[in-house]
Design a protein around this ligand. Structure first.
Ligand SMILES: *Cc1c(COP(=O)(O)O)cnc(C)c1O
Length: 398
């Protein structure tokens, strides 16, 4: 059984803060400062360049990749970490297109996180080969999967509303017409159960600074199915993807049959030390139990907001299994209301035009937090605190 009081004690959250934004940036694990200090003192300072061998720096992309892989149902050897999610989108979609060379359509949806769409736009421009990106409404995506489609690029959980795609159904349909699926798990990993093996996924990508709590700018990951690993083209062909990086051959030869071919260049090892510490927390977590807890807390949060906060309407699916692990509400004055909440220690965020977003993350949020956060929300509305001038100015990052 996952002990959520125990996992809560593994995070260092400022006194009095109710942190409902773990879906955007997870909080700091208590073990993080020692982990990075150990890296600095026992690895960088003492080992210097020898650390590539003595501290296994060269293969941490893979050892940490396997730790992430365990959380997505991957067999060891098919997941690596590094770079950023935007880069992984480019890498996975580019590799997917190479696998279906006679097709020109990339299918996504208009609820996808913009960087995923932007990266594909850039890729299409670069290729200049007549590619087309389709972005129907999320609900219409399934119907548009046909034998013209090369790659279906789908972010499972909508970053604004939490609406969830049925990945198993999408993958089955895509495979029936010979299309490749790139599964973006940005808001899934660490939030809901995902399984690349039972769904027979092709490519999966995601980040580790959201629900995994790896820290700001923590590395992304990419998974490639064992079916595709021999043929997946490492389009960003850096030296870490080479068959023999230290042969310093001037021609690129991808590492055959191994996930190493999806590595690019020297990773941020200090960030890896933080990710390693964050992943230790997950050794204590059963993701199905976590989902049950998230459903319980989210349902309570929705019920209390609906009872206490007039004018605020649910923007997320009401069915808890049709969402990820965050819930959103629409409110006309959402931005200033969120600033007033943050001012009182209830940290959520805002997504234009009027979405107030709250991450419900059972690793460190409990029912008392839900009760207190909704009481504060109620008070802000009844006192109209959000009308104060200091809550009207938009910051650069919302
Ligand atoms: C958070 C998120 C990203 C962020 O990409 P970065 O390269 O890490 O900035 C990309 N895609 C989706 C779907 C996200 O939710």
């Amino acid at each position: 059984m996952t002990d959520f009081a125990k996992t809560r004690a593994m995070f260092d959250i400022p006194e009095g803060m109710i942190y409902l934004n773990g879906n955007s940036l997870g909080p700091m694990p208590i073990a993080a400062p020692d982990a990075i200090k150990r890296f600095l003192h026992d690895e960088w300072r003492t080992e210097l360049v020898r650390g590539w061998n003595t501290k296994n720096w060269f293969m941490q992309t893979n050892t940490l990749g396997d730790r992430v892989g365990r959380l997505i149902g991957a067999k060891p050897g098919f997941t690596v970490v590094g770079d950023t999610l935007s880069i992984k989108v480019f890498q996975a979609v580019a590799a997917g297109l190479e696998l279906v060379p006679d097709r020109k359509i990339i299918l996504s949806d208009n609820g996808n996180f913009p960087t995923d769409l932007y990266m594909v736009e850039g890729l299409m421009k670069l290729r200049n080969a007549g590619y087309e990106l389709l972005t129907p409404d999320p609900e219409a995506m399934m119907d548009q999967i046909n034998d013209q489609v090369a790659v279906v690029m789908v972010t499972e959980v909508d970053y604004r509303t939490g609406r969830k795609h049925d990945m198993s159904a999408l993958i089955t349909k895509a495979h029936s017409v010979g299309a490749i699926v790139v599964w973006d798990m940005a808001h899934s990993l660490g939030a809901i159960p995902v399984d690349v093996t039972s769904t027979d996924a092709d490519f999966a990508i995601g980040c580790t600074y959201k629900y995994i709590n790896g820290g700001p700018g923590a590395p992304a990951f990419i998974y490639v199915s064992p079916r595709l690993i021999d043929d997946a083209e490492p389009v960003l062909s850096g030296w870490f993807a080479h068959e023999a990086p230290f042969a310093f051959d001037i021609d690129f030869r991808p590492m055959p049959g191994k996930i190493d071919r999806m590595r690019i260049g020297t990773p941020s090892l200090s960030a890896f030390s933080l990710l390693d510490a964050a992943l230790d927390v997950w050794d204590h977590v059963d993701i199905f139990e976590l989902q049950e807890k998230s459903v319980e807390l989210s349902n309570a949060f929705i019920a209390k907001v609906e009872a206490r906060c007039p004018g605020v309407t649910l923007a997320s699916p009401r069915d808890p299994y049709a969402r990820g692990s965050h819930v959103s509400f629409e409110f006309e004055h959402g931005y200033s209301c969120m600033q007033a909440l943050i001012d009182q220690g209830v940290i959520g965020d805002f997504r234009a035009p009027n979405i107030m977003r709250f991450g419900i993350t059972p690793l460190f949020i409990n029912m008392d937090d839900i009760e207190r956060a909704t009481q504060i929300f109620e008070q802000i509305l009844s006192d109209k605190t959000w009308q104060k001038p200091q809550f009207q100015n938009r910051s650069r990052v919302t």
